[in-house]
Design a protein around this ligand. Sequence first.
Ligand code: AMP
Ligand code: FES
Ligand code: ZN
Length: 316
Amino acid sequence: MKRCLWCKQKAVIYMREHRLALCKDCYPKWFLRMTERTIKEWRMIEPSDKVLVAVSGGKDSLGLWFALTQLGYEADGLYLDLGISPGGYSERSKEFAMQLSERIQRPLHIVKVADEMGKPVPDLAFASNREPCSACGAVKRYLFNKFAVENGYTVIATGHNLDDEAATLLGNVLRWQIGYLARQAPVLPERVLGVGGEQGRLVKRIKPFVRFTEKQVALFTILNRIPYIEQECPFAVGAASLFYKDLLNKIEERSPGTKWAFYSQFVEQIQPLLDEKFPEPELRPCTRCGMPTTAEVCSVCRIKERANKLVAEVKS
Ligand code: AMP
Ligand code: FES
Ligand code: ZN
């Protein structure tokens, strides 16, 4: 068994890509230091910012909320109740988010998708012509932004980790999705729109855990005794992203450090070039809801309209 490089106690983790073994006491300190470094390097949070953490009840976002408060950031939580009932998925996730809110004494806002959209995520996903997780992702991003704008938050933090980001990158590269590639970064700056009033804003989005693998985040969360939902979203079964994660883990096994090299080199060298060459079209207010979009009607209003049409068809 390896010994901790810092204090020589028994190590609980050996990170081959860093050639670093750490014990249960030193690992959380290293993890917080790395988080702070990522935040500073990417200028993710300024002192005047009001931070909203999107908390799903999973290990990443709960770990992130905890880490941010440990680092002294006064971040509040937002839990979206997606209305996914198999296995009590949404109810149980919410319980975990509420438990952490109690422990760290920070407010948790709870928004029900069904109240905002008229229908829960399974109905919206079923009605849309996209994969369930993709429709759900669009709805989540829309509601995070809407809530942040309406409540004066200037930064939205999500728990995406290196495995998530590298898998998304691989998926986008395999299909050369230039538009998505041009905007895949750990920080997406605020975007304001000339017309459209207060709604016309995309709040800055940050991913402070992009430096960590899924396993590293899980260990941080577990060592801090934060209970979290282990069940995957029932709709994620068979999702391409899980397959890509598996592939990347196999590559990493053979060649440690590849996952980070793949992602970080893209972000540092390729993404800025793409962003410059393929700037996002001007944002304008959605003609239905007023939220910023590049189309006439935003993707979430389109999903909503399809869902309503489907219900009307079923009833008639
Ligand atoms: P996912 O899209 O499920 O991989 O989640 C990525 C990130 O989005 C999580 O780390 C959270 O920060 C956020 N998130 C996902 N689901 C929810 C939810 N139901 N409520 C609030 N935030 C969420
Ligand atoms: Fe939204 Fe899975 S479909 S979390
Ligand atoms: Zn809209």
